[in-house]
Design a protein around this ligand. Structure first.
Ligand SMILES: [Zn+2]
Ligand SMILES: [Zn+2]
Length: 340
């Protein structure tokens, strides 16, 4: 068909070629520049009003694609962008679109400059402002909270929050504070603290207690509370050497409502109900178990150097025990036992 206006032979819209039909208008337009915020702290990007994780390239391209303005009747079916860095903060981006106009396939391209601006997302501004809704207090029953339990719980909480926050940006750890007798973790969410207190209680056989404190009112008059979840570790911990009913055991497992005990005498495994576990007396905490140098090994025995007297002595060891240069021992009333 010939264009009725310019006479060019081309497919026509209402008798006009596409140029004459558009009459100087563009199929797509982009603003001269697009400003995109990047959180200076966590490096997430703000796109269409929401903070999200993106690679820089994806974020820049999305920012340009999100700002396409299409001519009224154009239906865009496909769009992609290609970015070229001018410097660290400015990218020139070309956007290519394919679409349909009055039933005819059309293509168009346009360009803009995406400018990266420093910002702070809400999560980081809260975190930097020490915002918290709940405190998770880790304490010990009687003796001081051991370093390994303290580090273990903090690592557990960090790992869980890292996992949970990948789908919920509101969850974060504001602060870890070592305090007299334990450690406090300040958390951004009450439900998060409650969940973690429950999980730690199950893992360590710990008691939990909660307390709330009114800290004010929101603008619409709702009371605001800050919660405290106390996780009190029992006197015993996993892998401690304990005395129970006059015999020495390794506390080799803690499950819901039950403890697993391995008798040092013969490595026989038995279980004890949670309600009776308070009868166990800790003989050697798990992080204070002695290591002895193994001199040689024969059937059913290992010869070790006593770590204090340096005397050579025989200790009964099961044949399948995995022992190298050292092994864990416990000395109970003058008798040295192998600790599995
Ligand atoms: Zn024409
Ligand atoms: Zn941030």
């Amino acid at each position: 068909m010939f264009c009725v206006k310019c006479n060019k032979e081309e497919e026509t819209f209402d008798g006009l070629c596409i140029e004459c039909f558009l009459d100087g208008k563009k199929l797509i337009t982009l603003p001269h520049h697009v400003d995109m915020e990047r959180c200076a702290s966590c490096h997430e990007y703000r796109l269409s009003g929401r903070w999200m994780k993106r690679t820089e390239e994806e974020a820049i391209e999305d920012a340009a694609l999100n700002s396409i303005k299409a001519l009224g009747d154009l239906r865009i079916t496909n769009a992609y962008a290609s970015a070229e860095g001018q410097d660290e903060w400015n990218y020139s981006v070309t956007v290519y679109t394919e679409g349909e106009l009055n039933g005819r396939a059309v293509k168009a391209s346009s360009g803009t400059v995406v400018r990266i601006k420093n910002g702070v997302c809400q999560k980081c501004s809260r975190q930097l402002g020490n915002y918290y809704e709940a405190t998770l207090q880790i304490r010990s029953g009687s003796r001081k909270l051991s370093d390994s339990i303290r580090d273990g719980t903090v690592r557990y909480v960090r790992d869980r929050i890292e996992h949970l926050s990948s789908t919920n940006r509101q969850l974060f750890l504001t602060k870890v504070e070592e305090v007299q007798g334990g450690v406090d973790m300040l958390l951004s969410s009450i439900s998060l603290a409650k969940t973690l207190a429950k999980e730690l209680s199950d893992m360590y056989g710990a008691e939990t207690k909660e307390a709330s404190k009114l800290i004010g009112r929101t603008e619409d008059g709702t009371d605001m509370y800050r919660m405290t979840y106390l996780v009190r570790m029992p006197e015993y911990h996993l892998n401690d050497i304990v005395i129970f009913e006059g015999e020495a055991y390794k506390l080799s497992g803690i499950g819901k409502g039950i403890g697993k005990l391995t008798r040092l005498e013969d490595l026989h495994v038995t279980s004890v109900r949670r309600s009776r576990m308070h009868e166990m007396k800790v003989h050697t905490p798990h992080d204070k178990i002695t290591k002895a140098t193994v001199v040689s090994r024969s059937k059913g025995e290992a010869q070790i150097l006593h770590p204090v007297s340096y005397a050579t002595m025989d200790v009964r060891v099961p044949d399948d025990a995995d022992i190298t240069e050292t092994m864990d021992i416990a000395e109970i009333d003058g008798v040295v036992f192998y600790v599995p």
